[in-house]
Design a protein around this ligand. Sequence first.
Ligand SMILES: [Zn+2]
Length: 60
Amino acid sequence: MTTTTTENWICRTCAYVYDEAEGDAAGLPPGTRWPEVPNDWTCPDCGAHKHDFDRMEPPR
Ligand SMILES: [Zn+2]
């Protein structure tokens, strides 16, 4: 049984949401998990770094 749960991460600076299921148009393919996002990746909207993002609690 495989349960695929993706997480969303939100930029604390501009509220851009990174969706693991969708990736990022700037170069991250859909399904890229947060730990796999390169450390030099930055927010496409404001240029914030990975550590400026917070995990969003999944909806229940
Ligand atoms: Zn941002």
